[in-house]
Design a protein around this ligand. Structure first.
Ligand code: HEC
Length: 262
């Protein structure tokens, strides 16, 4: 009697394990549906020792400023943050002064427009979400401050989305005002292709190809979502070095303590 028990117990267990393995294997392809997996151009900030390239960050800000900011807000980005991506104080102040923000109240209690200063946040293109939808065929352009963290695939996804516009396959019927983009869920996106060859004229003279602009603006948006990444990685490396030294030290202490026990 008892001899048979393990057998009846083991069989369903194996079957369950096999089913789980099969589900896990099928999982990614099922979840992905008809969405293309993001491609990676290989960013300098990826990997445990990766850092942001200051040139890419500054060019990326320029792309955001000249292209994306027509539709997307970046509400957690203050002009003082320009200092952190390598602009000096004079340059940062000059960029801020190009924008008008609401100031006041003055002595009569009236609000008034004034040029932005370093403490101000970059103004949003629309007064509210309804205005943003009305101007974009009913679709809301999301705030880009945390978009790299908010989407599966992170920076690779944003890069792929920006460079992934294509002609729709024959069996896809595009909705009114929609564009085909295989990286976007469902394949149809309400954002028209934002990047064109030489769409911006880079201040540092870099050739503004679509690929270059997509890389740069994605690097900038990753920085916006995670400005402390470099400090976090430096701390991680210090901790690993400390742990290795500690291990060696403890091993030597153990050898010493146990040296006369045989
Ligand atoms: C003409 C307006 C417009 C411009 C310019 C524009 N976008 Fe968009 N964007 C939209 C709209 C509208 C959506 C929402 C699309 C949807 O939900 O179908 C969107 C969505 C997005 C998304 C989110 C996609 C998702 O997974 O939900 C990202 C990321 C994005 N835009 C990045 C950018 C970047 C980077 C730029 C600048 C290079 C840019 N956009 C320029 C209108 C714009």
């Amino acid at each position: 009697m008892t001899g048979r028990r393990p057998v009846t117990f083991v069989r369903p267990t194996l079957a369950v394990v096999a089913a789980c393995v099969a589900l896990l294997a099928a999982g990614p392809s099922m979840a992905a549906g008809d969405v293309e997996a993001p491609k990676s151009p290989g960013f300098s900030f990826q990997g445990p020792f990766g850092t942001y390239d200051r040139g890419e960050l500054q060019r990326g800000f320029q792309v955001y400023q000249e292209v994306c900011s027509a539709c997307h807000s970046l509400k957690y980005f203050a002009f003082r943050n320009l200092r952190s991506i390598g602009f000096d104080e004079v340059q940062a102040k000059a960029i801020a002064a190009q924008y008008e923000v609401m100031g006041g109240p003055d002595e009569e209690g009236e609000m008034f427009e004034r040029p932005a200063v370093l403490a101000d946040f970059i103004p949003a293109p629309f007064a509210n979400d309804n205005a943003a939808r009305a101007a974009n065929n009913g679709a809301l352009p999301p705030d880009l401050s945390l978009i790299v963290k908010a989407r599966a695939g992170g920076e690779d996804y944003v890069y792929s989305l920006l460079t992934g516009y294509a002609d729709p396959p024959a069996d896809v019927e595009l909705g009114e005002g929609m564009d085909y983009n295989p990286y976007f869920g469902g394949g149809q996106i309400a954002m028209p292709p934002p990047l064109f060859e030489d769409g911006v004229e880079y201040a540092d003279g870099t050739k503004a190809s679509v690929d270059q602009m997509a890389r740069d603006v994605t690097t900038f948006l990753t920085w916006a979502a995670e400005p402390d990444m470099e400090a976090r990685k430096r701390m991680g490396i210090k901790v690993m070095v400390f742990l290795v030294l500690m291990t060696v030290l403890l091993y030597m202490v153990k050898r010493k303590v146990w040296s006369d026990v045989h």
